[in-house]
Write a protein that binds this ligand. Structure first.
Ligand code: PLP
Length: 582
């Protein structure tokens, strides 16, 4: 013990650190933390042992401990070192707090109070925060091994929660025109003197000014690569990204922001789950269950996985009005099913699927459930815990956010058992010449440079949606859906595909006898009514419907009753024109 005891005596105490801090301004406090790092005794090269590395740290951190051998509640002396001076500063704070205390004192110590008093949030990036959590966990783990079992009952683990955010409160009244004013693209006069009636939000929603401003703020004021630099831009970017991650976690009611990975979009993410989870868990003879209403993004990856693994792709039967036939679910969901992957809302029919029930039924047979939330997350409140889904995936650009960013949510143990499919920087724990180990989620799924500006922009989009209130947006969209459905149905020869309004979201896909969907979309554009036509990346569904394509109008927070009127009158005009010319 002697050398360690001497080592501890060489260390500064927490009281001394507090005293120094109180006399310094913010900039000098940060410098002081660095100086603490310079003063910490360094490990000799032979002491920097692989087995003493603390995992989860961005830098190398070695930590050793020695406990008195005679006592039942021994004093534990810690030593630690890092290759980064700022981390050595943090280590000094940790050692001052923990080293030389008994095991039970260590377990009882409210370390978060020390961090709060030192206002560490200002000096350390979210990534460092993870490393700090790793060190605290290791120290407590050592103390736990030495603590007398009677002296201590385990409380919940210490969370070094330095980065939190408040969420805007929803407005009580839905003021459509006020909402619309947030969208510059919708408030312009086009060349032909019309204002756009944008009805293609199912493909990509427009962005409110706050999202555009946020992206611009990042580009103009502090852009840098993420999770790399300790200089002020880098630190700010890391903090903004972690704030966005937390906002998204809160938005879908995830337990932790560690369960949210930034990806490039829904398509990339479903591939990541199908092959990252599927390759490890789906074997020859197993079954993968999807539906015929899936977007190709949630269809083709599973089809290809099934082909590669010699598994069988099966489909939940559908009713004539475009819902899943839950009465026939047992025919296809069996003990052989390893994964059920289904959209929360169909991008063609608008059908809202019963996710909670599907999750329970999938779990009953030992399968996992993957939800393609690309359409559902922007239009209805999502609670991943209440729904008990294993993975939820969605894109930023349909949620009033930027393109190029998507989200992977997973239950903690599901993420743990998923292999990365993209390899490179940031996603590793250690790289050796002959093999590598992976970082903990979410970093494991974030190889390379992230869509930084887009992810931060998505955080702003989530704030905007939360500020208006997603439940209010949903109600508003459903009212538009009801009105549009009633009025379109009166047009002779017009067929709307999908279930009744109470079973679907705000998407209307329709055809008019003897009118090609593309011709119709072009005619609607003449009135600045912007709709989509074609198979909407859902060919198997269109095969089932017996049509090659449809025209689709999809609604969002900014659409108004006037937009519905414009749609209906433009469809009537287009029908007359197209039929007259024949
Ligand atoms: N899933 C659904 C239900 C969709 O509607 C879409 C896009 O329209 C996707 C997946 C693909 O999303 P992304 O193009 O953002 O990858």
């Amino acid at each position: 013990m002697a050398d360690l005891a001497t080592y501890t005596q060489m260390l500064i105490t927490t009281e001394e650190i507090f005293e120094e801090f109180e006399d310094l301004d913010t900039r000098d406090q940060s410098q002081y933390l660095l100086e603490l790092g310079y003063d910490l005794p360094r490990f000799a090269l032979e002491e920097q042992r692989e087995c003493d590395l603390v995992h989860g740290c961005q830098s190398q951190v070695w930590l050793t401990a020695r406990a008195e051998e005679t006592s039942s509640d021994p004093v534990i002396e810690f030593r630690a070192d890092s290759d980064a001076e700022i981390v050595r500063g943090l280590i000094t704070v940790l050692l001052a707090s923990y080293s030389g205390k008994t095991a039970s004192e260590i377990l009882r110590l409210p370390i978060i109070d020390v961090f709060t008093r030192l206002q560490l949030k200002q000096y350390i990036s979210p990534q460092r925060h993870n490393g700090l959590q790793g060190m605290v966990d290791r120290i407590r783990e050592i103390a736990r091994r030495h603590a007398p079992c009677t002296a201590y009952t385990e409380p919940s683990p210490v969370q070094v929660q330095l980065h939190t955010d408040t969420v805007a409160q929803p407005a009580t009244v839905y003021d459509t025109l006020a909402v619309r004013r947030h969208f510059p693209v919708l408030n312009q006069l086009l060349d032909d003197g019309l204002t756009p009636v944008f009805l293609d939000s199912g493909a990509s929603a427009q962005k409110p000014q706050v999202v555009i401003d946020k992206e611009r703020e990042v580009e103009e004021q502090y852009f840098a690569n993420a999770y790399r630099g300790r200089y002020r831009f880098g630190a700010r970017i890391d903090e903004e990204l972690e704030n966005a991650r937390q906002k998204i976690a809160t938005f879908i009611s995830a337990e932790s922001s560690r369960q949210i990975a930034f990806t490039s979009g829904t398509t990339a993410t479903i591939n990541a789950v199908a092959f990252g989870w599927g390759n490890a868990h789906v074997e020859e003879g197993d079954e993968i269950l999807i539906t015929e209403m899936e977007h190709h993004a949630n269809f083709v990856p599973w089809q290809q996985l099934a082909l590669q693994r010699n598994a069988t792709l099966r489909f939940i039967p559908m009713t004539n009005d475009g819902r899943l036939d839950m009465n026939r679910l047992d025919d296809v969901l069996t003990k052989k099913t390893k994964v059920l992957s289904v959209c929360g809302m169909s991008n063609v029919l608008g059908t809202v699927n019963p996710i909670t029930e599907l999750a329970a039924r999938a779990h009953d047979v030992g399968a996992i459930i993957v939800v393609d939330g690309a359409q559902s997350v922007p239009h209805q409140v999502t609670n991943v815990v209440a729904d008990d889904v294993d993975f939820l995936i969605f894109s930023g650009h349909k949620l009033y956010g930027p393109t190029g960013v998507g989200i992977l949510y997973g239950k903690a143990d599901r993420l743990e058992e998923t292999d990365p499919i993209l390899f490179g920087g940031h996603m590793i724990d250690r790289v050796y010449r002959d093999h590598s180990t992976w970082a903990a989620p979410p970093a494991r799924f974030e190889a390379g440079t992230l869509p930084i500006v887009q992810a931060i922009g998505l955080g702003a989009a989530v704030d905007w949606v939360t500020g208006i209130g997603l439940a209010s947006i949903h109600e508003h969209e459903q009212r538009l859906l009801q009105t549009a459905t009633e009025q379109l149905q009166r047009i002779p020869g017009l067929t709307i595909f999908g279930p009744s309004v109470d079973r679907k979201g705000a998407i209307i896909s329709f055809r008019i006898d003897d009118v090609h969907p593309e011709d119709l979309a072009i005619m609607l554009d003449r009135r600045a009514v912007l709709t989509r036509h074609g198979h909407h990346c859902a060919m198997p569904l269109h095969d089932l419907l017996g049509v090659s394509g449809t025209t689709r109008a999809s609604f969002a927070a900014y659409n108004t009753k006037d937009d519905v009127t414009a749609l209906v009158s433009a469809v009537e005009y287009a029908c007359d024109e197209l039929k007259r010319r024949r």
